[in-house]
Design a protein around this ligand. Structure first.
Ligand SMILES: NC(=O)c1ccc[n+]([C@@H]2O[C@H](COP(=O)([O-])OP(=O)(O)OC[C@H]3O[C@@H](n4cnc5c(N)ncnc54)[C@H](OP(=O)(O)O)[C@@H]3O)[C@@H](O)[C@H]2O)c1
Length: 318
């Protein structure tokens, strides 16, 4: 595993963070609980010291699983736990944003219980709630930090303008945007956030799985599968364009003794100087070991240039 400073927080995070949206039961590849707990423990055994979760992931189920795995393995103290607030899962794929003071405080208390801990290393606002004054949401985060329930604070899915606005009321220490070879729209604001001293953790770093090469034919997911809604590149016209980029990844893989495509996608992301850590969702020991092994080697600048040229050629409107 490789590690980087996480902005100005003083925390040193693994360049791979374990994502728990899928593990919590997001509606795809649901595995028995013992497999999902084993997945969390496998990540920690392989040097991952950063876990990303949220109360919105299956209404607290993901947090509960993280809490159980860390308790069972006795590893809470050496893992940096990031969770979120201000977003509530209502069932049937529906979420409601609410950044009111009382809601944030209550949700944090619930997260502490779910996670079986008395502190959260990093608390992020999950999505901006533009119907609540950012000053009010920031007050809640400041209060949580003052009480010691939360050690660091940040945001996810905010624009630069929204970060500047809330930054008037609290000191942002982290930013979590979607970012991968197939979604580069947030790149400029990620660079800006890193320059401000924030730790930057990317989500969807494998493009929701498409960058692993596991999908070579257009796939119809079940109606309940979150990928229908969240990752548009599983649908045409993006799907065929991504397949072209995968051909370049296939060539790099062949030249490197068939390294898994997931490792190429992760290194492309992790090697950016403005990225501190890539969040990857995976629910089994095999996938997690494969992803962690990405950090035993690095792409050359020539390989990165080849990948960037393919992205430019096929995914330019992204
Ligand atoms: N802040 C936000 O709004 C936000 C939004 C989305 C996600 N996130 C966070 O980011 C995390 C990662 O995002 P994500 O899970 O949506 O997408 P992702 O990490 O890009 O991709 C996850 C998908 O890739 C598959 N996968 C992982 N490693 C693989 C491998 N080596 N070979 C084949 N398939 C592999 C997973 O399979 P299995 O799951 O079946 O193992 C899953 O289907 C989430 O879990 C969550 O913590 C945050």
């Amino acid at each position: 595993m490789r590690y980087k400073e996480f902005g100005k927080t003083g925390m040193k995070v693994s360049e791979m963070a374990l994502g728990t949206w899928g593990i919590g039961g997001a509606g795809w590849d649901d595995n028995p609980e013992e497999i999902r707990i084993d997945a969390i423990c496998t990540a920690v055994e392989n040097g991952v010291n950063f876990i990303d979760t949220a109360p919105a992931y299956n209404a607290g189920a993901a947090e509960c699983l993280v809490g159980k795995a860390l308790k069972q393995s006795g590893t809470r103290q050496r893992v940096i736990v990031a969770t979120k607030c201000g977003n509530f899962y209502m069932g049937n794929g529906t979420y409601v944003r609410d950044g009111h003071y009382d809601k944030i405080i209550q949700q944090c208390d619930d997260s502490l219980k779910n996670l079986q801990t008395d502190y959260i290393d990093l608390m992020l606002i999950h999505w901006p709630d533009v119907n609540t004054d950012f000053a009010e949401t920031a007050d809640a985060l400041n209060a949580l930090k003052k009480s010691g329930k939360v050690l660091h604070i940040g945001v996810s899915n905010f624009t630069r303008e929204q970060m500047e606005e809330i930054g008037q009321y609290c000191t942002l220490e982290a930013y979590q945007p979607q970012y991968s070879m197939v979604v580069r729209t947030n790149e400029e604001q990620m660079k800006w956030a890193a320059e401000q001293g924030m730790g930057v953790m990317t989500y969807g770093s494998l493009g929701g799985g498409i960058l692993t090469g596991a999908f070579r034919k257009l796939t119809t997911f079940e109606a309940t599968d979150s990928r229908n809604r969240f990752y548009k590149h599983f649908q045409e016209p993006m799907f065929s364009k991504v397949m072209k980029v995968l051909e370049v990844m296939d060539r790099i893989s062949a030249d490197r003794d068939n390294v898994p495509l997931s490792q190429i996608a992760l290194n492309w992301c992790a090697q950016k100087e403005f990225v501190s850590s890539c969040i990857v969702g995976a629910q089994s020991r095999r996938k997690i070991e494969e992803n962690c092994a990405a950090y035993q080697w690095m792409l050359t600048s020539e390989e990165i240039a080849l990948l960037d040229a393919a992205i430019e050629q096929y995914l330019v409107e992204q």
